[in-house]
Ligand binder design. Structure first.
Ligand code: IVH
Length: 730
């Protein structure tokens, strides 16, 4: 390529790849497949190899993609990101050189052999498809967890990582270990261990199923789901996401091991999660055997793998080979191509969801893909159909990115039959005939007839009764029967049902009717956050409902809140805020709420209902360290008495409530801002004005201590750690 042309193309590639990196690492919403990205990157590398003077500092060939969360960004799903504290990495956190071509693995092996000049071995491992994490253990305890960030500094996600069940807070001493003066503990006093946090398929399917039901944008793949979940604002919710971790690289000063294998075997003995799907290979033949075996076998694994990592096993040789600016020279990744199948598109259905979104779904000639038979695939929206230039009768490529329903990724134009028909996205609702409207931002078509479109009404009724909402024992068939008879039209109608109504339904007997009514009666105890979710407000899924309930405490407060006030709540972005306002502006919805209130449903959170005093009204309190009660209890105590919890000390802080081993950074900040630092004793006796006994237990039952299990943290009090609490739970 001639230089001027190369310069233009290099610039173009840099822009495309940098933007793709941002969408992949920061927004968890990739715009292209890994394969397409890798191919464009290789094209840029080739140009830069020919014209090294065209290399720029911001070239994606010179740096790893950054996952650092900007101060506030609107991510996929339109939520605000948490501001994580950032810390420098002790050792740069690099990526791996990768290839789809086995001959490049051979070339890697030759280069390594030449560089080493002696006999050596390789450690072959699975390449876990998740998000990289760096854990530091000090004195056998988890001290810090950082994301890769830009490779030099990472986001501190320690609190969230404490909620991942297979990451130990404390290491375990292997049986038979005898401490000596020189060797008092089985592990180095301080070391780092890096690995991958990933979401197994089952957890990923469950999460996306929920998101699809709530008409939230599903995650494109388990990697994005893992990365998004790791950066959740509410640490306690990380526990529900089913994340797992596997560790594959130990670092530290003077580690007492000579091979990578030995380091990982020891880590495993200390209770750290290390994969047993590793093999020491002596030759390129053995490496290729390992690759071939896992290319098929990986389909049976409960989590996603996107390749095989081949590492020089001997640590001194790793050191000898060293690093480039981006990669170690002692390792390489061989990547598997995503599995695809080619099949015929028979027809397209247009499905109406409970919030009115119309989704095109492809009916396919059944085809085998990753162990299952695929008959249907998502086409997402009209734009996607247009982009693919899809025709009914076409042969299409189907991929299982992991979504519940696979997606169509391309059309084989060379096989287009002459009678293929260009589909027309309907202009009216396939169910009620109302003219569809297009939501520009989401590129989706909607049926606006929320209160008259049977599919939407029935969808809302089913959602209201569902397990995660009011949990009433009834399925779609019951809702169909009740709706068709004209008994139920709004969710409030359920609570007016009588036995006589139910006995007129086909197949219903005394007992089934009584069971249904009892289940409805029991549903009156459903907590506020679930009732809020049950209302089916567009974009208010389970997580958002929890956040809103925790922030506003009562439905009245949410209804009264302005757009700006809604945006103040964690994770509430403009799209959600507007949707809430629109919902409550509708008379029919307000009428439904009045009727549900009259029926006895809960529209206040427990915390609000149990508020015991207003002693702390107007005060913003930051807590740090350990107390005689758990930190959750302390926070609940503050809110129950009218105060506000905050995660960081600022000019607005009234007190820094410092427990044992309070964070030095917080103490310093409080001092510099003139914020009063009070002890637990002072707080209890002077501020709340009630006595503590010797064990530090509260003695005044006027001040209520709540223990909300759903928000309990496993952190400080369990481990005696000194980490500061940074999450916001109330
Ligand atoms: S070793 C110095 N081993 O793949 C780099 N990485 O695409 C050491 N990954 O950045 C990394 N499985 O996040 C290593 N068994 C494995 C891995 C692995 C997944 C990730 C890692 C890396 C990325 C490169």
């Amino acid at each position: 390529m001639e230089k001027t042309q190369a310069n233009i193309r290099a610039k173009e590639l840099r822009d495309i790849l940098n933007e793709a990196n941002r969408r992949y690492y920061v927004e968890n919403d990739p715009v292209m497949s890994d394969y397409d990205f890798d191919m464009l990157l290789k094209e840029l590398e080739a140009i830069e190899a020919q014209y090294p003077e065209l290399i720029t500092e911001d070239s994606p060939t010179q740096k790893v993609g950054s996952d650092i969360s900007p101060k506030v960004f609107m991510a996929a799903g339109k939520t605000k990101s948490k501001e994580f504290e950032q810390h420098p990495h002790k050792y740069p956190m690099l990526s791996l050189g990768n290839t789809y071509d086995i001959s490049e693995v051979e070339a890697f092996a030759e280069r390594a052999a030449k560089g080493i000049g002696n006999a050596f071995t390789y450690s072959c491992e699975l390449k876990f498809d998740g998000t990289a994490i760096c854990l530091t253990y000090k004195g056998g305890k988890l001290f810090r967890a950082l994301t890769r960030g830009d490779g030099t500094i990472g986001d501190d996600v320690t609190e969230n990582v404490r909620h991942i069940s297979n990451i130990p807070q404390k290491l375990t001493t292997p049986a038979g270990f005898i401490p000596t003066k020189d060797n008092p503990q089985p592990w180095p006093e301080e070391f780092e261990i890096r690995g991958e946090i990933y979401m197994p398929w089952a957890a990923f399917d469950r999460l996306n199923e929920e998101r699809e039901k709530d008409e939230e944008q599903p995650f494109a793949n388990p990697r994005n789901a893992a990365s998004g979940s790791l950066k959740l604002i509410d640490s306690s919710q990380v526990a529900n996401r089913g994340l797992e971790c596997t560790l594959y690289h130990m670092l530290g000063e003077d580690l007492p091991f000579t091979t990578h294998e030995e380091a990982l075997d020891n880590a495993s003995k200390w209770g750290l999660p290390v994969s047993d799907k590793r093999r020491i290979c002596k030759s390129i033949e053995e490496i290729e055997e390992f690759i071939t075996y896992w290319d098929t076998e990986r389909k049976t694994l409960p989590f996603a793998t996107d390749g095989i990592v081949i590492k020089v096993n001997e640590l001194p040789y790793q050191e000898e080979l060293g690093y480039t600016a981006k990669f170690p020279r002692w390792a390489v990744a061989y990547k598997f191509k995503a599995e695809q199948a080619l099949t015929r598109l028979v027809s397209i259905d247009y499905q109406v969801g409970r919030t009115g979104a119309v989704t095109p779904v492809a009916n396919l000639e059944p085809v085998q893909l990753s162990g299952t038979i695929v008959k249907r695939a998502s086409l997402h929206n009209a734009d996607q159909m247009q982009l693919l230039d899809i025709h009914v009768g076409d042969y299409v490529y189907v991929e299982k990115g992991g979504e519940i329903i696979p997606k169509i990724t391309g059309v084989e134009l060379s096989m287009r039959p002459s009678d293929a028909v260009l589909p027309h996205f309907p202009e009216t609702c396939p169910d009620c005939g109302t003219h569809l409207i297009k939501d520009e931002e989401e590129a989706k078509a909607f049926c606006p007839n929320q209160t008259g479109c049977p599919t939407q009404i029935k969808g809302k009724l089913v959602h209201f009764l569902s397990r995660k909402a009011m949990n009433v024992i009834a399925g779609d068939a019951t809702v169909d029967q009740l709706y068709n008879k004209g008994y139920v039209w709004s969710v409030a109608d359920f609570y007016d049902l009588e036995k006589e109504h139910l006995l007129t339904l086909e197949g219903w007997k005394e007992r089934s009717a009584e069971r249904f009514l009892k289940s409805l009666k029991d549903s009156l105890k459903t907590p506020f956050e679930k009732v809020l979710y049950a209302l089916g407000i567009r974009h208010v899924g389970e997580t958002t409902a929890k956040t809103l309930a925790a922030h506003f405490k009562t439905l009245d407060a949410i209804m009264k809140a302005s757009r700006e006030e809604l945006l103040q709540a964690d994770d509430i972005g403009e799209v959600i805020a507007d949707s809430i306002i629109e919902y409550f502006a509708d008379d029919a919805n307000r009428d439904t709420i009045d009727r549900l209130k009259a029926a006895g449903l809960k529209f206040e959170s427990e915390a609000a209902a149990e508020k015991e005093s207003e002693i702390l009204k107007g005060m913003t309190i930051v807590i740090s360290g350990n107390f005689s009660i758990s930190r959750d209890e302390m926070k609940a105590l503050i809110t129950a008495n009218g105060g506000k919890n905050s995660g960081s000390v600022s000019g607005k802080t009234t007190y820094l409530l410092a427990g044992e081993k309070a964070g030095p950074e917080k103490l310093k900040k409080a001092e510099s801002l003139g914020v009063r630092v009070i002890s637990e004793k002072e707080f209890m006796e002077e501020i709340l004005r009630f006595a503590q006994n010797d064990s530090g237990e509260a003695q005044n039952d006027k001040v209520k201590v709540q223990n909300d299990e759903s928000t309990s943290l496993q952190g400080g009090e369990a481990t005696g750690e000194t980490d500061e609490f940074t999450g916001t739970l109330f």
